[in-house]
Design a protein. Structure first.
Length: 327
């Protein structure tokens, strides 16, 4: 009886195992496989949706039932640093309504949707998400909100579309489209106030006071002393995000918005907002819809006026989307 040398047996065993591993590890083909989009909006637990570009989260939309209003947080900047924050860094309680990037208004039919504390407060209640869409260049979601008073009466219906588009490097663009509708039975008035419709609370390090940042508007006016409540096509707020890196956000009005160029409410303490009804109230009739667009260019560095103008012109040329009817 003959025997193979032990080393030969081991070699045969190793080769057999390798062959078996190749068979087990082989993947079946997917002839109908489609490309995976680079930009995705991903529904998450606890009423959130994350906008992601490849392995980077650009922002997250929060719309849970316990909130006074939906908002976007975080807003990603260069080197993974955040460009916005929740609340005023020096006065977090009375400014708890400063929710990173948010939509609200201080007087809708006389009800205050801007504040968290005080009298006659309303809530912007998320109803449902109509659509999520991914893509190679951008991703977007469409949702419906009801602006309710303290008794639950709907004063305003709002379709909200948010689209996120990555740009070069760490830069990216967020487009917020709103369609506001009066409920059946009568008009609704957005009262005269500097507070609404959009606000941005910058990160503490970017603020003029706390971080040595800079406010610049399209008219070349700088910081609160010059730009406060002045009409402009856009306002940029930039400042330090690390000891070496700078970043910021350009908040852009759209040429088709009522009253364009709108006055901007800006503060050296780190916030800016577009004031749709600073100079006069605006009434929405039941048979009319008010469509608005705001853009946020989230960027690295501290851009010059000419650079921001190029970005704003690109934004202003974009076609407005068709938003679903509310009824």
């Amino acid at each position: 009886m003959s025997h193979r040398p032990a080393c030969a047996c081991c070699l045969v065993l190793v080769l057999s195992l390798c062959a078996a591993a190749r068979v087990i590890g082989a993947e079946a083909e997917l002839p109908d496989a489609k490309p995976v989009p680079d930009v995705q909006v991903i529904p998450l637990p606890y009423d959130q949706a994350a906008f992601r570009h490849l392995d980077r989260e650009l922002t997250r939309y929060h719309f849970g039932p316990s909130l006074r209003r939906p908002f976007w947080y975080p807003i990603a900047g260069p080197a993974g640093r955040l460009l916005t924050q929740m609340g005023h860094p020096r006065d977090p309680y009375t400014h708890s309504h400063h929710n990173s990037v948010w939509i609200s208004h201080a007087s809708v039919g006389g009800v205050d949707f801007w504040s968290d504390h005080g009298q006659n407060l309303g809530r912007i209640v998320h109803r449902w998400v109509k659509q999520y869409e991914d893509g190679d260049r951008s991703a977007w979601m469409l949702s419906l909100n009801a602006w309710e008073d303290a008794q639950g009466k709907v004063l305003l219906n709002e379709w909200r579309r948010c689209e996120v588009q990555p740009l070069d490097g760490d830069d990216w663009l967020m487009l917020i489209d709103l369609q506001l509708e009066a409920p059946p039975g009568g008009p609704v008035t957005l009262g005269q106030t500097p507070f609404g419709l959009i606000g941005v609370r910058m990160a503490k390090t970017i603020g003029v006071n706390d971080g040595g940042g800079r406010i610049l508007n399209s008219e070349g006016q700088v910081n609160e002393e010059q730009a406060f409540r002045k009409p402009a096509r856009w306002v940029d707020y930039s400042g330090p995000v690390t000891s070496q890196l700078r970043g910021g956000i350009t908040l852009m009005d759209h040429p088709q918005n009522p009253g364009h160029p709108t006055p901007f409410h800006v503060r050296n303490d780190g916030w800016m907002g577009a004031s749709l009804t600073l100079n006069a109230p605006l009434t929405i009739q039941p048979d009319k819809r008010l469509q608005l667009r705001y853009g946020l260019w989230n960027h690295a560095g501290v851009p010059k006026l000419e650079q921001i103008e190029v970005r704003w012109k690109e934004y202003a040329r974009r076609k407005l989307p068709l938003i679903a009817p509310g009824r």
